[in-house]
Structure formats: C-alpha cells, structure tokens
Design a binder for this molecule. Structure first.
Ligand SMILES: Nc1ncnc2c1ncn2[C@@H]1O[C@H](COP(=O)(O)OP(=O)(O)OP(=O)(O)O)[C@@H](O)[C@H]1O
Ligand SMILES: [Mg+2]
Length: 268
C-alpha cells in the first residue's frame, strides 16, 4: 500500500495547508520495517500495480534492506490508503488480486505474518492461505484486521494453518463473543499456540497455554492511525523466533507499537 497521512479532516470545502506524509505501508510492509529494526531479515510478498506507486513501495523496501517479492499487476493500481486523523479511506487495488502464483512454493522463514485483510477478503484468500500452508518455519501468524472481518472469520479453519493469532480488543470480542479481554485471549489461546490481544495505549495481553502475560504501554500521542499493530506483530514474531520468553516478546512488541504510534508523520 501507499499510505497518505494528514493530521485531520478539514471542514467541508476548505483548502488548507498542513503536513501531509506519503509512505509505503500496509501490514506486510509495516511489519517488515519493524522486523528489520529488530535486526531480522525480512521479505515482503505481495502484489502492487505496474505504476509509480508500485515503484515507490519497491524503492522504499530496498532502501531499508528488505527484500521485495512483489508481483506487478498489469491491470490494477497499487493499493492506497488516506488517513485524515483517525478516519481512513482505503483502496485495495492490486492487493485484491494477490494470487497463489505470487507466493513462493516454499516459504522458509522463522516466522510469517499474514494480514486478515488478505486472508479474509475476496480475491486474495487463496493466496493468503497458500502462504500459510507453504511456510517451512515455526510461527505462522494471522492478524484479524478489523472487527467485521474477525466476526466472520472461521477460527477453526484458521487454526489448522496458523499458530499465532493477533487481535485488538474489539476484534477479539467480535471473534469470541467474550467481553472481557483476558477471557477473549484465553479463548483464542485454546486454538492457537500464542494469542495476543492489543489494547492500544494500554499495551497488550498475550496467552500461551496457561500462561497469561500483560504488558503496559507508556501512552504516546498517535501521529498516524496506520502501523502500530503491524509494528507490534513484527517485533513480537522476531522475539518469539529468537526464543525470547512470552513476557519479553510481548514487551518488545509493545515498545515497537509505541514507537510506530509516535513516529512523526514526516519522519518516516
Ligand atoms: N497511543 C499509544 N501509546 C503507546 N503504545 C501504543 C499506542 N498505540 C498503540 N500502541 C502499542 O502498539 C500496539 C498495537 O496497537 P493497537 O492496539 O492500536 O493495535 P492495532 O489496532 O492492530 O494497530 P493499528 O491501530 O495500528 O491498526 C499496542 O498493543 C500498544 O502496545
Ligand atoms: Mg488500533
């Protein structure tokens, strides 16, 4: 995706001057930034358009030392999202046409993150499933993406191909029916080896078997509605891959989420 971030929504019809940032984004790219920051080798697999926005995503990844395995869609543009404060307009573009042929036959990695936007939305489901099935590695993670997608997700099916589930409190509630975030995390952990419930500026919970860990965040003012959850996922998965205990992995995930949440709009 290409993300355009504006601090807020101007009044209808107004033309104003304000900071606007344009950056490569989307779950995979954001999580890869975070994994690379944690010192890991990261690869982004996906689909972009045959357009300058696609070139921009590829160039940004190259600059950060992240491998880009991006198919070029001949007919659809690179996905884009525009944020006005916390309001977002998104266009999936080429992302909605990610095909199984775009996924390597074998994904050899310590960890894989698949976004729920890819797994649970039409057009890319088969490819997202293929990625999880083709992983030759320890951690196969799925992020539930939105409460609406979480509500419709077939968790039993997801659990046959993934062993880490990531959800916000609202998504965890939508997926499990449990109002209490700890209970929701435990319900998810009955199906997945590791279940995380992200709580924004309050930090996050992680459950592995009977072990429930909670990490508190130091609240920061958010500069963009994009990326904190993805940064959390990238750092958490790198830590789990290194064999860090769950408590430490959760802490590192929360720190990465907070850094991403606070990152200055023009600074990234
Ligand atoms: N304002 C904040 N202050 C401190 N830490 C934060 C803040 N926002 C997010 N984080 C950290 O990042 C993690 C992920 O953020 P969040 O809970 O918002 O998940 P998300 O909704 O999936 O992400 P996003 O809002 O980017 O889509 C949180 O668990 C927390 O540790
Ligand atoms: Mg959030």
């Amino acid at each position: 995706m290409v993300d355009v971030v504006c601090a807020g929504l101007p009044p209808d019809g107004a033309r104003i001057h304000a900071d606007v940032s344009v950056r490569a984004g989307g779950s995979a790219v954001n999580a890869a930034f975070s994994a690379a920051e944690a010192g890991a080798t990261a690869t982004v697999i996906g689909r972009v358009g045959s357009d300058p926005s696609g070139n921009f995503v590829v160039a940004t990844l190259e600059e950060r030392g992240i491998e880009a395995q991006l198919a070029r869609d001949p007919d659809h543009t690179t996905g884009a999202a525009v944020a006005f404060g916390s309001s977002v307009v998104a266009h999936r573009g080429a992302n909605a046409h990610l095909s199984s042929a775009d996924i390597p036959e074998l994904l050899v990695a310590d960890a894989l993150l698949v976004s729920g936007f890819a797994l649970f939305q039409g057009g890319s489901t088969q490819a997202a499933r293929a990625a999880l099935e083709r992983l030759d590695g320890r951690w196969a993670a799925v992020d539930l993406a939105t409460p609406k997608l979480a509500r419709a997700a077939k968790l039993d099916e997801v659990a046959t191909i993934a062993n880490v589930i990531l959800a916000t409190a609202e998504e965890a509630h939508a997926a499990t029916g449990a109002a209490d975030e700890e209970e929701a995390a435990r319900i998810l952990a009955a199906r997945f080896a590791v279940a995380c419930v992200k709580l924004g500026e309050q930090g996050a919970i992680a459950v592995q078997a009977d072990n429930l860990e909670r990490a508190k965040a130091t609240p920061v003012a958010r500069s963009s509605p994009f990326g904190a959850g993805d940064a959390f996922a990238g750092a958490l998965l790198v830590a789990l891959s290194r064999g860090e205990p769950l408590s430490r992995a959760l802490e590192l995930g929360c720190e990465a989420g907070a850094r991403s949440a606070a990152a200055q709009v023009l600074g990234r």
